[in-house]
Design a protein around this ligand. Structure first.
Ligand SMILES: [Zn+2]
Length: 344
């Protein structure tokens, strides 16, 4: 194979791809009666796509709340540990140093994150427990309201006008003390601003899209993008909300989101937060798919960016669209590494 573009992609991928948001633990939990799910169903795609670091997000579905929230979260973490220990190529990391060791030894590193603080209930003590278990980034809410605050709605307006609850503010303060990164994905606009006003370090939005192309409160406005840029933060671009229209949900549109952020705040603040979800969605009965559409939105998956084995398509498209090698490396891994180095 002497294709210069493919060789260039090989070179750009030697640093690995960092995806800061993947709903892996919930799938491992649903398949908890099986063994080697991670090794057989996910590892081949990670390997094909040169994925090196994955933000593995604990998320609790409505049907488990409130009673089973804590138990399911702990079980999700237990499955992630058991499944990574079963493979020499996979490891859970709790610090930047561990991530670097994993990268140097060719292992795929999982960073445990939490999407919505429902597992904590209203007990701040649980935060320390989850920290000890390895949780290193937390988004306070998903779309729903919880004890910490309100999620941004999947509509152009109508999110709660207020910011965090007193408990939400306590969680933010304690995360700062413990060394857990607050993730601004999903939080409503008022909560977004409040968190920024309470913190000083570079912020992250692990997985989101820009409102310019999909105008819902769940995504981020140009004003919010600027706030992240001013603080040298990083925004991970999501693959499932690139457009409200199916026919516009393309790889080129995904790049448009990257380009829009880069134009506003520079290529030092754009990363990847694919939020691949098709593997879960396709397992659902039609009734649950319809429920998701009614509650939030109908996700439109990008045909050639549907799972981690497709990352070469992204890099090829970035090259076609004129990004230089230095910028592509920053987007694929460099910017997230800068944050992880500074924060963990
Ligand atoms: Zn999400």
């Amino acid at each position: 194979m002497n294709d210069p573009i493919e060789e260039r992609i090989d070179r750009l991928h030697t640093g690995g791809i960092i995806d800061m948001h993947f709903d892996l633990p919930m799938d491992l939990y649903e398949k908890r009666q099986r063994r080697d799910v991670l090794q057989t169903e996910f590892f081949p795609e990670f390997e094909t796509g040169n994925v090196s670091v994955v933000g593995a997000a604990i998320y609790i579905e409505d049907r488990y709340l409130p009673e089973a929230g804590l138990r399911v979260a702990l079980d999700q973490i237990a499955r992630l540990y058991a499944e990574t220990e079963a493979s020499e190529k996979l490891t859970i990391c709790k610090s930047y140093r561990e991530i670097q060791t994993a990268r140097e030894t060719g292992k795929i590193a999982f960073l445990i994150t939490m999407e919505g603080i429902e597992p904590l209930g209203t007990d701040l003590n649980q935060l320390r427990v989850f920290y000890e278990l390895g949780v290193r980034a937390i988004g306070l809410t998903h779309a729903r309201t919880n004890a910490a605050g309100h999620g941004g709605v999947f509509a152009a307006s109508g999110s709660a006008a207020e910011g965090l609850t007193p408990f939400g503010r306590e969680v933010v303060r304690e995360c700062e003390v413990l060394g857990i990164i607050i993730d601004l994905a999903h939080i409503n606009p008022a909560g977004f601003e409040e968190i920024l006003s309470m913190t000083t370090k570079p912020p992250i939005v692990s997985h989101t899209n820009v409102r310019r192309y999909y105008d819902i409160d769940r995504n981020i406005s140009d004003g919010q993008i600027s706030m992240i840029g001013e603080r040298r933060g990083v925004i991970g671009v999501n693959s499932i909300l690139v457009s409200p229209r199916k026919e516009e949900s393309t790889l080129d549109k995904y790049i448009d989101h990257i380009e829009h952020i880069a134009n506003l705040i520079g290529t030092d603040s754009v990363g990847i937060g694919f939020d691949f979800f098709e593997f879960i969605y396709r397992q659902w009965p039609e009734s649950r798919q319809k429920e998701l559409s009614a509650k939030l939105t109908t996700p439109h998956f990008i045909p050639d960016l549907m799972n981690h084995s497709h990352t070469r398509n992204l890099t090829r498209k970035l090259i076609e669209r004129g990004f230089n090698d230095a910028d592509i490396e920053k987007i694929l891994h460099g910017n997230w590494l800068r944050i992880l180095k500074e924060r963990l």
